[in-house]
Design a binder for this molecule. Structure first.
Ligand code: ADP
Ligand code: MG
Length: 232
């Protein structure tokens, strides 16, 4: 069996809120495999975002073992985790999180600057290719506030993919889009998964995302209750 991209072994995550402890995830065993296009599905509060935060090294588990790209997250320091996030993981947020004063081009270029890609010509080629791949090459000089939600989400996808990450996390990627635009976005991601093997991890309660994901992992009250293909 191929080595997993990320693995959670007997992981629990508690949050301390006021005087109560919230058990957000309990005894989770999960492997993210090469080629995966997986969606965590379940009701609000079931632990979907917490799962993505652990896989994205944005937070640490309370107990159990999390490894991401062969790095043991518990034993890694702040800088090592920042490096891992910069190099290996693409993030697509529900509200896009684009930088308003930057154009589409500059937003997508930003992670390459963070990564230390020094040659402006190389950056330009990679940014233009990423924008073309999501179908918005002609919008490269536009700022986010002059774009539709769907266009902004395409910029966010291009920004996540330009660094050629090992995997991409998308928390509720269609939450702010109408169903037609949401489906267009999902088609782009599915095509990238099928043609280039880009690994996607979603959280969602949108049926459309479930339709395009290739593996559905059901969460309920912080536990995995199902894990399988979705027949598509
Ligand atoms: N920062 C936090 N502090 C306290 N409780 C939290 C925090 N984040 C999430 N939780 C709680 O953890 C549980 C799982 O939350 P979350 O992972 O956001 O679920 P989902 O994304 O499925 O809606 C919920 O009960 C939620 O209220
Ligand atoms: Mg959530």
């Amino acid at each position: 069996m191929e080595a997993p991209i990320a693995e959670l072994k007997n992981v629990s995550k508690n949050y301390q809120a006021e005087n109560v402890t919230v058990a957000a995830l309990q005894n989770i065993d999960f492997r993210l495999n090469p080629g995966d296009m997986v969606a965590f599905v379940g009701p609000s509060g079931s632990g979907k975002t917490t799962m993505l935060n652990l896989l994205g090294c944005l937070d640490k588990a309370t107990s159990g073992e999390v490894s991401v790209c062969q790095v043991n997250v518990a034993g890694a320091d702040h800088n090592q985790l920042a490096e891992l996030r910069n190099r290996e993981i693409g993030f697509i947020f529900q509200s896009y999180n684009l930088i308003p004063v930057l154009t589409a081009f500059e937003n997508v270029e930003f992670p390459l600057i963070l990564q230390g890609v020094k040659d402006p010509r190389e950056r330009r080629e990679r940014v233009e290719a990423a924008l073309a791949e999501v179908g918005i090459r002609e919008l490269q000089d536009r700022r986010p506030s002059y774009m539709s939600g769907g266009q902004q989400q395409r910029v966010a996808i291009a920004r996540a993919l330009v660094k050629k990450p090992v995997f991409v996390l998308a928390d509720e990627p269609t939450a702010n889009l109408d169903s037609k635009t949401g489906e267009e976005i999902l088609k782009i991601m599915r095509k990238m998964n099928e043609e280039k093997g880009v690994v996607f991890v979603f959280s969602t309660h949108d049926r459309m995302v479930m339709k395009y994901a290739r593996r559905l992992v059901g969460l309920r009250d912080g536990e995995i209750v199902s894990d399988g293909g979705n027949g598509v």
